[in-house]
Design a protein around this ligand. Structure first.
Ligand code: C2E
Ligand code: MG
Ligand code: MG
Length: 549
């Protein structure tokens, strides 16, 4: 569309059909009739070009989200603005779908664990601010397993749907219910005089689930037990509150069915070895107990493209400790800064010795991303180790964007300019706003392994993976699927044109030297041969993991 002073001078056929008008009626139209009130205008003064998102109204009155790019051009003797528009309603739909799927349990449509975590963090922040209370209730159905085992999964699923419906109906204002797995549900209750109010809620829940259910036409009676933890009395951390409610639940179940128990520090013991580990982690780096393992990543025709560097801690007494356990400890104490820098240097040093142009992916903690001198540190490491910028990928999680969006945006842009590739890790498990996908230029998304795990069994996971792949294509990003464990998963993903695959099926994390050997083997024509080898090794239908090491 070419326009000047708020009226259209010219437009092409595509614009006419988008607006639902005839091409020859475009000229002379007022922009005010095309851009609805409140939407971003197509032109901002004093700038040579504007990019952004806005809305238009079609001839039938329908509002469409659009992406636009405006520029000043000379037109018939004076200046005018040319705006290119693209209909992004499909992209918006897939975003909304991804958001819903990522935050809800598809069986019952209740919020899932991801949404529970978000809600709990928000409610805790609000309660802290207002010096208010918050109750966390964990519930578990008595006798659910028996129903499932006796009547089968379909009946079990139907029962869960009926339970969910009753729980939803039992909630009042300020109460929130989520299903976090199997027959486990968590309820949050904000404000009120505790523990009285939470006790009432627990009784209300027990009463709601007492009368018989009729899944699949059968009459089934179950009950429920409830464990309660209360903020601030029983803790201030989201995980701790859920854990303590769960400990109370454990005691409730031991007391017989239909019981409510509150967490009681005097009788409920929990194993918390965090402080001890924290101290030992401080020394681990100096003592050389940390190492890196490298897991191969292949493209869809079986060519080895990169390795992800994964930190390992071999504790002198406890043996190997999972990074899922020690990284959060390191992050809470800024210990991650020296550890992360060590990992970066070590990974770049190792990758510089690899054959070919194989890249290395290093995980960055959100704590590192907002570190002031991160850029100069990365530059220094690359200079020191001789690895070129193009061979480094940095994996960050959505959490980064929440911490300090401005700072994160600057760092990501600066790294991108240097040729370092930025990867968004664990995609789909994070936060509800996906608008950052348009603001940050990621080179790649990694679909979280929980979706790949559910890929062949749950239609919702198929839908989400499909939506993520199509949306990424739309935004010009590559997609890696994490946690590929079976040939069936691999085939389903390649059929959907997923760009890259990573998982135990294709290769487990291995020492640096083994990674180098694999890179050498892969040399020039290695790609297709490797895929063929894998297919043969899998014998077509077997599903156990094959180690490439
Ligand atoms: P991540 O970045 O998502 O890494 C992938 C994880 O998936 C690794 O777990 C890997 O071993 C595992 N994995 C790969 N293929 C499969 C599969 O087919 N099935 C299953 N079930 N799992 C698979 P790992 O090594 O335990 O690391 C866990 C997390 O710890 C990483 O998740 C990452 O978030 C963090 N982490 C690891 N190393 C570092 C590091 O150097 N710095 C930081 N900040 N975080 C790290
Ligand atoms: Mg990663
Ligand atoms: Mg991941």
């Amino acid at each position: 569309m070419i326009h000047r002073d708020g009226s259209v001078l010219d437009g092409n056929e595509a614009l006419a059909s988008l607006l639902g008008v005839r091409e020859n009626s475009l000229a002379g139209q007022h922009l005010g009739r095309i851009v609805p009130e409140g939407a971003t205008p197509f032109w901002t003064a004093n700038r040579s070009s504007t990019r952004g998102e806005s809305e238009i109204v079609t001839a039938t009155g329908q509002r469409l989200p659009i992406e636009m790019l405006s520029r000043t051009i000379p037109y018939r003797g004076s200046l005018a603005t040319v705006t290119a528009l693209r209909d992004i309603s499909e992209r918006r739909d897939s975003e909304a779908r991804i958001r819903f799927l990522a935050h809800h349990d598809m069986l019952t449509a209740l919020p899932n664990r991801a949404l529970l975590t978000e809600e709990l963090e928000n409610k805790l922040a609000a309660a802290t601010e207002k010096s208010d209370t918050l109750a966390v209730l964990c519930l578990d159905l008595d006798g659910f397993k028996l129903v499932n085992d006796t009547y089968g999964h379909a009946t079990g699923d139907e029962l869960l749907r009926q339970v969910a419906a009753r729980l939803r109906a039992a909630m009042r204002e300020g109460e929130f219910v989520a299903r976090i797995g199997g027959d486990e549900f968590v309820v949050l209750q904000s404000s009120g005089t505790q523990p009285g109010k939470a006790g009432d809620l627990a009784q209300r829940i027990i009463a709601a689930l007492t009368s018989p259910f009729d899944p699949g036409g059968r009459r089934v009676t179950i009950g429920t037990s409830v464990g309660v933890a209360i903020f601030p009395r029983d803790g201030a951390e989201p995980n701790q509150l859920v854990k303590r409610a769960d400990i109370a639940l454990y005691r409730a179940k031991h007391n017989g069915r239909g019981c409510v128990r509150f967490f009681d520090a005097a009788v409920d013991h929990e194993v918390d070895d965090r402080p001890q580990l924290e101290q030992e982690l401080r020394d681990a780096l100096a003592k050389g107990e940390l190492s890196l393992a490298y897991q191969p990543i292949f493209d869809c025709v079986g060519k080895l493209v990169s390795f992800e560097a994964l930190m390992r801690w071999t504790h002198p007494v406890l043996g190997p400790i999972s990074p899922a356990r020690f990284i959060p400890i390191a992050e809470s104490r800024q210990l991650i800064l020296p550890m992360g820098e060590w990992a970066l240097r070590e990974a770049c040093r190792t990758a510089a010795t690899w054959a070919g142009d194989i890249r290395v992916a290093v995980n960055l903690s959100p704590v590192q991303v907002v570190q002031k001198d991160l850029l100069s540190r990365i530059d220094a490491v690359l200079r020191e180790t001789g690895l070129s910028h193009e061979r480094l990928e940095l994996e960050i999680t959505e959490g980064v964007l929440l911490k300090d969006e401005e700072a994160a945006c600057d760092v990501i842009t600066a790294l991108g300019k240097r040729g370092v590739r930025i990867v968004l890790d664990d995609f789909g498990t994070g936060y509800s706003s996906l608008s950052y996908l348009h603001r940050f230029r990621f080179d790649k998304l990694k679909i979280d392994r929980s979706f790949i795990h559910r890929l062949l069994h749950e239609r919702s996971a198929q839908a989400i993976v499909k939506a993520i792949i199509s949306m990424s294509r739309d935004l010009g990003m590559e997609v890696t699927a994490e946690g590929v464990e079976t040939t069936e998963q691999m085939e389903a993903l390649t059929a959907q044109s997923c760009h890259e695959l990573q998982g135990f099926l294709l290769g487990r994390p291995m020492p640096g030297e083994d990674a180098n050997r694999l890179a050498l083997e892969h040399g020039a024509e290695g790609g297709l041969r490797e895929l063929e080898r894998l297919r043969t090794a899998m014998g077509g239908g077997r599903t156990e993991a094959v180690s490439a090491a």
